[in-house]
Design a protein around this ligand. Structure first.
Ligand code: RIB
Length: 314
């Protein structure tokens, strides 16, 4: 089982020709509303990519909070429809987390109100991980309280679980969060904030990855948007993963798709290579970029596989 500790938001995404100036009112060209939040998006990615029609059951449990309001109830219902186990999602007396997203061209800007996400506690983690074992994985981001994330990763490591950190949005992290992470997956901006190194070319990307290794992280993946990703195991393997080119419509949720896809495949490294896992995650994220919205734009396993058949056919 993969446990995702993270945010659940109601996303309102406005498609705009440009960002309005101060004092200006601008008509939007389109509106997409629905399930979002980095935690929820990553859980949906794992469910969509990891659900096998012959096996049933959900491969992922989300640990999170929504409000005791109709939107909170609606988001829990949608998580269930997308095959995310939401038995550890609680409704609390705070408004459901909300994100306002502006999409201009293929670029997005996101403003988030944490609401119920800010009330997640160590007790939620203890309840959810009560029956977890060393065969399970914990995946965290940083849209819920940092001390709870640090506690969860420490606990997961003590159980022997695989631990994955997507440090988004970036903030200063305690040392133990690094050395309790088997794998860290920042984007370029987050890597720069956390290491002080701008990963603008392969040399600086390697230096940034080394900075994470020095803090005790085993595998580092820096996602580079439409330039692909770089990966390192701190030893023999350092590589650039090329992008899978698509026409970008909305990049919201693309990073979450990549992270979810990697969380799904990483524990099986050995059956296939880390590079192959990153290639799969890159393709999954490319499909997300070609659609509007956050959770709803994430592809299924079959849709990602179809990209491989296209490559072979061509
Ligand atoms: O990573 C994209 C997500 O960030 C959006 O769905 C939004 O809710 C914010 O959490």
């Amino acid at each position: 089982m993969i446990y995702v500790l993270g945010s659940i938001n109601y996303d309102m995404s406005l498609e705009l020709e440009r960002i309005p100036k101060k004092g200006e009112t601008l008509s939007a060209d389109g509106l997409t509303v629905g399930l979002g939040g980095k935690g929820a998006n990553q859980a949906v990615a794992i469910a969509r990519l990891g659900t096998r029609s012959d096996k049933g059951g959900s491969p992922v449990s989300l640990i999170g909070h929504v409000g005791k309001d109709s939107i909170g109830a609606e988001l829990i219902k949608r998580l269930g429809e997308l095959n995310v186990n939401s038995e550890f999602v609680r409704q609390v007396n705070r408004p459901t987390g909300t994100a306002v997203v502006t999409v201009t061209g293929k670029d997005n800007r996101i403003m988030v109100y944490a609401g119920a996400n800010a009330t997640i506690s160590k007790t939620d983690v203890d309840e959810a991980l009560e029956h977890a074992t060393g065969a399970d994985t914990l995946l965290c981001q940083l849209e819920v309280p940092l001390y709870v994330v640090a506690y969860a990763m420490r606990k997961a490591r003590s159980i022997g679980m695989t631990t994955i950190l997507n440090p988004a949005p970036a903030k200063e992290l305690p040392d133990d969060l690094y050395y309790n992470s088997d794998i860290i997956i920042p984007n370029e901006t987050e890597a720069q904030i956390l290491t002080g190194i701008n990963p603008r070319d392969f040399d600086s990307q390697c230096a940034a990855m080394d900075a994470f290794h020095e803090r005790g992280v085993r595998y580092v993946v820096i996602t580079l948007g439409d330039k692909g990703a770089v990966v390192s195991d701190g030893g023999k393997m350092v590589a650039h993963i090329p992008p899978y080119k698509v026409k970008a419509v909305d990049t919201t949720g693309a990073g979450d798709t990549f992270v979810g896809a990697l969380a799904l495949t990483y524990p099986h490294i050995g059956m296939y290579s880390f590079m192959e896992a990153c290639g799969f995650a890159t393709r999954a994220a490319a499909i997300t970029v070609s659609r509007r919205g956050a959770a709803e734009s994430i592809p299924t396993f079959d849709e990602v596989c179809a990209l491989y058949s296209n490559v072979i056919k061509n």
